[in-house]
Design a protein around this ligand. Structure first.
Ligand SMILES: Cc1ncc(COP(=O)(O)O)c(C=O)c1O
Length: 441
């Protein structure tokens, strides 16, 4: 197979130089940063439509992941844009609430079975942090137990303090967050034993690319109840990708609190904290306990994002989006696996995870996880018109897009095969990708 041509990134390159002068890291979101992508990759995306994007040099790509998994229906999805636009024309932020706040709350609660109240915000980090604060207030405890294998919960100190980027976060805060292991109930029980009556909440996702073993999630829920801790389920990724009722519905859980974001507004900034009345009311007016300062910001409930979320939820409900995502993900996985087998790289390159949330693993000739091979794969995909930090599909990825992607993957894996034999440095232009935090894309 002939090598694909190298694309021109002249405008991207020029803009990068300016960006790093003006913005620490050259981008306002780490997952979009230059350290996450190989040198031969578009630096800036100019526009998108459906599952396709165009970079500032005019190159076209089929995109995966799409806005850190936020754009689940597709870029510029007409009915969502129209719903948001209608509200923009009617005014976006008033001195008292819009009825859309109530309509949006009802729509979300109609989807999430065990939740009785909801509060909207702009970012997933904010709602997850709010859940932690509520749990601390409710239990009068300070410690937080998080799942060690789950890559990201919040940009706030209680979580970032536990990562490799903990600079600037006081030790006292860092020490309050403790870790247990997924599918290892004993590790959670050990935390409760080590810190008796100190753990306010357990924060986790129901599943990532690793599925829960039978009974594990139920046992975590039971352990939380026995130990008087609040169970917080982070549904930022699973919410509305795994099931219309969230992963909690799929796995039969009733968390005390759960948090949604990303795909809730098809790219519009909106996130939600949903949960049991008993906890949520602590942020309200109808009690005489100390009131929890629960998510109140200037832009928290502007109307265009609420309208976008309402329309996005309508499309999920009416059009079988969840089934379509799973189907396209399976088509993609099957095609890629077939290509990997044909090229004899299946021990070095694997697509893993839920079909609506596919990621990939890259391994070197010795079978060790390799960022250099990841960079090479990304580079070769970009050459072939695919921008895929993951293989997370949207509702706009149709059969022809998937088939085109599989063809590009086959071409990229042919180079990968040669690199396994001859050395990655012969094929990779520039330095390998070097993400500081996992799971940001
Ligand atoms: C599982 C999970 N929880 C929380 C967050 C934080 O969401 P946000 O970036 O909207 O603050 C992320 C973001 O990547 C995430 O993947």
């Amino acid at each position: 197979m002939p090598d694909a041509p190298t694309r021109s990134f002249a405008r991207s390159t020029a803009l990068k130089a300016v960006a790093h002068q003006l913005i620490p890291g050259g981008a306002h979101t780490y997952a979009k940063g230059d350290d996450q992508y190989p040198e031969l990759a578009p630096g800036f995306i100019d526009r998108g439509l459906g599952c396709r994007v165009w970079d500032v040099d005019g190159n076209e790509y089929i995109e995966y992941g799409m806005g850190l998994r936020s754009v689940i229906l597709g870029h510029a999805y007409p009915s969502v844009v129209a719903a948001a636009h209608r509200e923009m024309l009617r005014g976006m932020n008033f001195t008292r609430p819009s009825p859309l706040e109530v309509e949006g709350a009802q729509a979300l609660l109609d989807l999430v079975d065990g939740a009785e109240m909801v509060k909207f915000a702009k970012n997933g980090s904010d709602v997850t942090t709010a859940a932690v604060k509520l749990a601390r207030a409710y239990t009068h405890r300070d410690r937080v137990a998080i799942c060690a294998e789950h890559p990201f919960f919040s940009t706030d100190d209680w979580f970032i303090g536990t990562t490799a980027m903990a600079a600037g976060i006081p030790r006292a805060i860092r020490e309050l967050t403790v870790k247990f292991h997924f599918n290892d109930l004993a590790s959670l029980a050990a935390l409760f034993t080590k810190h008796p009556n100190e753990i306010a909440c357990v924060v986790m996702e129901a599943a990532t690319s690793i599925e829960p073993e039978p009974g594990f999630l139920e046992a975590v829920q039971a352990e939380c109840r026995t130990r008087g801790a609040v169970l917080i389920l982070d549904e930022m990724i699973t919410g509305f990708r795994f099931h219309l009722g969230g992963a909690q519905k799929l796995y039969g859980l009733t968390p005390d609190l759960s948090t949604f974001g990303k795909a809730l507004g098809n790219g519009f900034p909106i996130a939600a904290l949903a949960g049991k009345r008993e906890l949520m009311e602590l942020g309200g007016l109808r009690h005489d306990r100390d009131r929890v300062f629960l998510l109140s910001t200037t832009h928290g409930a502007e109307t265009s994002s609420l309208a976008a979320a309402l329309q996005t939820m309508r499309v999920y409900r009416d059009e079988g989006v969840i089934e379509a995502l799973a189907q396209q993900g399976e088509r993609l996985r099957a095609g890629i696996q077939q290509a990997a087998r044909t090229l004899g790289v299946e021990r070095h390159f694997a697509v893993i995870g839920h079909p609506a949330n596919l990621v990939y693993a890259t391994r070197d000739p010795e079978g060790r996880p390799s960022q250099a091979y990841r960079a090479l794969f990304l580079q070769e995909l970009v050459r072939r018109g695919v921008l895929a930090p993951s293989f997370v599909v949207s509702y706009s990825h149709l059969d022809r897009d998937i088939d085109e992607t599989v063809e590009a993957v086959a071409g990229a894996l042919a180079v990968y095969r040669r690199a396994l034999d001859d050395g990655v440095e012969r094929y990779l232009v520039g330095r390998p990708v070097k993400p500081v935090l996992r799971g940001l894309n």
